[in-house]
Structures are given as C-alpha cells and as structure tokens.
Design a protein around this ligand. Structure first.
Ligand code: GDP
Length: 428
C-alpha cells in the first residue's frame, strides 16, 4: 500500500513533520520529485534538522529510504546531508538511489545563478540550486542519468557535445568563464565513486516490496500551486508537485496510491515571486512572520523571509482537489493563538465577480481577496493532546476551513514536535 504526503499550497506547509510522523508506520519512504531546492524541517529526539534531499524516514532504523528517478539528484548535496545527519548522532540510514535518477551538474547551479542575474527584477526567485536548468536539460535530452557515469564512452561523448553548447551560452550570453572539460570529467568520476554504493533499480525494489505487503510513503516537496502544469505558471517549480506524479517519479503502479494526505497550514506563506492573493504586509505581516513555524517564517534552504498571508480557502480547495486528497492535515494552528480575530480568504473578486474557483494566472493577477473574519481563541493550544480539548473558537476555525476546502481534515498539528498532533473526526 502506498500513501502520499503532499503540499496543498505553496510549500512549507509542515509536510516534514507529518512525513516524519507517518514514517513511523511505514517500511519505505520515497522522494519522487524536486531536488535539494526546498527543505523540510524536522524536530525529533536527535535534534532539529533541515532536510533538502534525504527522505524524512532517515531518522528511523526500521525504514528504507529511496530517492526515486524523478528527483533532481545532486551528488555533493546528498553526500553532505548524509554526513550532517550522521554528525547529529543519527545511525547510518538505509538508503537507495534510483539508477535512473538524473544528476544535477555543477553548471546547472551556475546557469541558475547567471539566469537569475540576467533577469534581474523579472527573476523567478529561484533558490539557485540548479533545478530549472537541470529539468530543462532533462527534457531537452541532454541530461545525464546516474548510470551513464559508469559508461565512460557514452559519458565522454555526451559531455563533449553538452560542454560545447553550454560554453557558447556562457561566453556569448552570460559573459562568464567557460567550462573546463577535463575538470568536469574528473568531478563526474568522483560523483561516480561516491554514489556507487547507493544505486539500484529502485522501481523493481518498490514493486517487490509492494508485492510483499510493505507500506510505502511518498514524500512530496513544495505544493500544488508550484506545480508546473496546475500551479501559478510560470512562477512554479520544474517538476510536478502532485501525488499522481509519484507513480512516475518513483516508478510504482498508480493504483497502489491509496491515501493522499494533503498538508495545509493554518495561514498562508510563500517563498519567491508569484501571485499570492491573501498576502498581507507591514506590521501585521511582520508579526505573523516572526511568530510563524517553529522559528519564524524563513526558508529552510535559503533563510529568506517568507511572504505571509491569511488562510486562502480558494487556493487550498483547489490545492486539495488537484492532489486528489483523501484527507487533510492542518498544521501550525498554535501560531494563531495571539489574534483577536482571524481572517480567511473565502473568495476571489475578479472583474467585479466573486468566485471560489482558482483561476488561471492572468485572472489570478487581477484577483482581490474576499475575507471573512472569525473570532480568535486567544490562548496557547500547544500541549493539548485531545482534539475535543481545543477551545471552541479554534474548533470553529477548523470546521470553517474544512467546509470551504471541501476536503476532510483528519489531523491537526499544534506544535512543531512529532507528538504535537491531534486526530479529528471529519465533518464532511
Ligand atoms: P515543509 O517543507 O512542508 O516540510 O515545511 P517546513 O518544514 O519547511 O516548514 C514548516 C515549519 O513549521 C517548520 O519550521 C516546522 O518545524 C514548523 N512546524 C510544523 N508543524 C508545526 C506546528 O504545528 N506548529 C508550529 N508552531 N510549527 C510547526
């Protein structure tokens, strides 16, 4: 059986914690898309970790972690993160990397920086991890599958062609130093030697495991609104953030994905540029940003301040719908305890008409938020262990969200720690 944990919004919904929690009852945890660009924050008995590439299951000794073929795989980021986790006292994890995964090349990272520089104000707010150039090359069929590092003839021949092409761009478009072929080849040889022990046919491994009745957890990165097909294009990421893509990016049968848990945060936040209808500014925003998450709303990978806003039920309804969420986890609810009143965006006004359907980007640019205001609960809900013990106004806020997103909320997170989770019986 396969379960997927995915984001219903712009990412940073607190998926890391929910994954870490569900990993406890899973045999295998799989990353199937994205790369080392976004990060999960996990707080457990070993400490506080920001994971970028490693699946959240690495903290358990009963789980096997898999990096699926759909990931943008950075060998140095992988090796460094493994070393950091081990330095934090975590026992050496069991981890397998797909022999079909493609590798992020050093020049992908450079091109990401150079292109953002070139675009200046019109830039995408990329994390500059090389993800967009990586996926461009993958689909232009000039990428490198990790298995090709072991076939010297193919590697040298392809690398020559690619370096020639990249050097034209470096010289004539970006006016930057050209790639040195020999140095790059040497780097790739070192990647090959470092990664060799982890590689296998992970699709086959997963199929065999599923046949044997194992439980697999797919761990998504970012959220629906960053999906390149269904998100706020072009301010999106370069690989699909949807649970359905798990079948492709992990190489598993689509019909095995039985549960899809969409994670949504009790207010909104987004990193980077792009439409964000319920965004707030000034003092009000600074306060929410400062109090948000477990250490304020700052990116786990970049440390950049996140943009914040009130809960957007229009975006979240769409976000859960596109994920085909079978249930929803509502996170970071404890942060809102300081507010007298809480606004929720329940509609978008576009050209004088109010809609609750999430529109295409040109219309989204014109959308103005329609807010409804609910009373706050004015207390700290951290430490509460039973859903029923939450203050009435807090439960009303959750019921209100559930009605508007039209998806059953079964988990409510009231603190960053693994055990700060409340089970709720949905009303839908
Ligand atoms: P992800 O990318 O979806 O995994 O999200 P992140 O882990 O980057 O962001 C979520 C942030 O919120 C992290 O700092 C978590 O430790 C924190 N967090 C998760 N759940 C809760 C919660 O219920 N309450 C609070 N206060 N913080 C939480």
């Amino acid at each position: 059986m396969v379960r997927a944990i995915v984001g219903a919004n712009w990412g940073d919904e607190g998926k890391g914690k929910i994954t870490d929690m569900l990993a406890e009852t899973s045999d295998i945890i799989v990353r199937y898309q994205g790369g080392a660009n976004a990060g999960h924050t996990i707080i457990n008995n070993y400490g506080r970790f920001a994971l970028h590439l490693l699946p959240s299951g690495i903290f358990y000794d009963h789980t096997t972690c898999v990096i699926g073929n759909g990931v943008a795989f950075s060998v140095p980021a992988f090796i460094k993160e493994l070393a950091d986790v081990e330095a934090g006292g975590v026992p050496e994890p069991k981890i397998l990397v797909s022999d079909r995964v493609q590798i992020v090349m050093p020049y992908h990272i450079l091109f990401d920086q150079y292109e953002e520089e070139r675009l200046g104000k019109a830039s995408f707010g990329s994390t500059k991890s090389g993800i967009a150039p990586f996926f461009s090359d993958k689909y232009a069929k000039i990428g490198f599958e990790v298995n090709e590092l072991f076939d010297e003839e193919t590697l040298v021949e392809r690398l020559k062609r690619v370096v020639e092409l990249k050097n034209v761009q470096l010289r004539d478009l970006y006016h930057k130093p050209e790639i040195n072929f020999d140095e790059l080849l040497e780097t790739l040889h070192s990647y090959r030697d470092q990664i060799a022990p982890y590689l296998c046919d992970t699709s086959k491994f997963l199929r065999d495991a599923l046949k044997a009745g194992k439980t697999v957890l797919l761990e998504g990165q970012l959220g629906t609104l960053k999906d390149p097909d269904h998100g706020i294009y072009p301010m999106v990421t370069s690989s699909s953030t949807l649970a359905g893509y798990g079948a492709v990016g992990a190489g598993i049968p689509p019909y095995e994905i039985k549960e899809i848990i969409a994670v949504t945060k009790a207010y909104s936040s987004a990193v980077g540029a792009g439409e964000f209808v319920s965004e707030i500014f000034g003092e009000e925003a600074d306060e929410l940003r400062r109090r948000g998450g477990d250490k304020g709303e700052f990116g786990a990978t970049t440390g950049r301040p996140r943009r914040v806003g009130w809960y957007d039920a229009v975006a979240s309804k769409y976000g859960c719908h596109m994920q085909s969420a079978t249930s929803v986890a509502l996170t970071v609810l404890d942060v809102l305890g300081y507010l007298d009143e809480i606004k929720i965006c329940t509609g978008y006004e576009i050209d004088g008409k109010v809609t609750t359907d999430f529109p295409v980007t040109p219309l989204l640019k014109k959308a103005k938020p329609v807010f409804e205001t609910l009373p706050g609960w004015k207390c700290d809900i951290r430490g509460i262990k039973n859903y029923d013990e939450l203050p009435e106004n807090c439960k009303n806020y959750i019921d209100f969200i559930e009605r508007h997103i039209e998806a059953p909320i079964t988990l409510v997170s009231n603190g960053p720690e693994r055990e700060a989770i409340l089970h709720r019986t949905p009303k839908l």
